[in-house]
Design a protein around this ligand. Structure first.
Ligand code: ZN
Length: 202
C-alpha cells in the first residue's frame, strides 16, 4: 500500500514537473503581459533574487512565455514586462510545439570563456534593431529551475548568447549598451523610432 502510494506520488510529481510550464506556443491576440520598449524606465531596474519558487512564480513564467511566443521571441526577462524579479524564459525552438522552454531563476554566470564571439543580437524591447555584439563564446551558469531545484549548465552558441543577453536584462543592461559603433547604432535606432539618449553605453 505504501509502495503504491509512493508510486502514485512519483507519477504525480512527474506529471507536475512536465506540466508545470507547458503553455501553447501559438501567438495570442492579447498576450497577458506588455513588453516594454527602449526608453521605458522598467528596463533599467535591477531585478531582485527570488527567495521562494512557488506557484506564483510558475504562473509568472507561463505568462512570460505566452507573451514571448506571441511576440515571436526566443528569450524574455522579467524586467521587460515590468517585474523586478530574477527570472528568464528561453525557447530556441519556436517551431516545435513539444520542445520544452527553459526557465532560469536567479541565474548567475559562474565563469565565462576567454574566447569571444561576434553574433547578431536583437531584443523584443528594441524591435527590428539588430546589431553585432561581442561576448564570451561559452558561459557556465548556475540557476534554479521552475521547481526550485539548483542546476548548473554550460551554454555556447545561440543558447550561450541568449542567456548572456537575458542576464544583462536582470541588471538593467540592454544589448545596445554594448555596441561600440555608435554611428551605426544611432542610424538603426532612428530608423525604428528609438532615441540614442536612451542607450547607456558601457
Ligand atoms: Zn532583450
Amino acid at each position: 500500500d505504501s509502495l503504491a502510494k509512493s508510486f502514485a506520488g512519483l507519477a504525480r510529481n512527474a506529471e507536475r514537473n512536465k506540466a508545470s510550464i507547458a503553455v501553447s506556443k501559438e501567438p495570442l491576440e492579447e498576450p497577458p503581459l506588455k513588453i516594454h520598449t527602449l526608453g521605458n524606465r522598467a528596463l533599467r531596474k535591477t531585478a531582485r533574487r527570488i527567495s521562494k519558487v512557488d506557484e506564483s512564480i510558475r504562473e509568472l513564467a507561463k505568462d512570460m512565455l505566452r507573451s514571448m511566443y506571441s511576440a515571436k521571441g526566443i528569450g524574455l526577462a522579467a524586467p521587460q514586462v515590468g517585474v523586478e524579479k530574477q527570472i528568464l524564459v528561453i525557447d530556441l525552438d519556436l517551431e516545435n510545439p513539444t520542445n520544452p522552454p527553459l526557465i532560469l531563476i536567479n541565474p548567475e554566470i559562474v565563469s565565462a570563456s576567454t574566447s569571444l564571439e561576434k553574433y547578431e543580437e536583437g531584443c523584443l524591447s528594441i524591435p527590428e534593431v539588430y546589431m553585432d555584439i561581442i561576448r564570451p563564446s561559452t558561459v557556465k551558469i548556475s540557476f534554479r529551475d521552475e521547481m526550485g531545484r539548483p542546476k548548473k549548465m554550460n551554454a555556447d552558441g545561440l543558447m550561450g548568447r541568449c542567456i548572456q543577453h537575458e542576464i544583462d536584462h536582470l541588471n538593467g543592461v540592454l544589448f545596445v549598451d554594448r555596441v561600440s559603433n555608435h554611428e551605426e547604432l544611432d542610424l538603426a535606432l532612428k530608423e525604428h523610432g528609438f532615441l540614442s539618449k536612451d542607450v547607456h553605453s558601457i
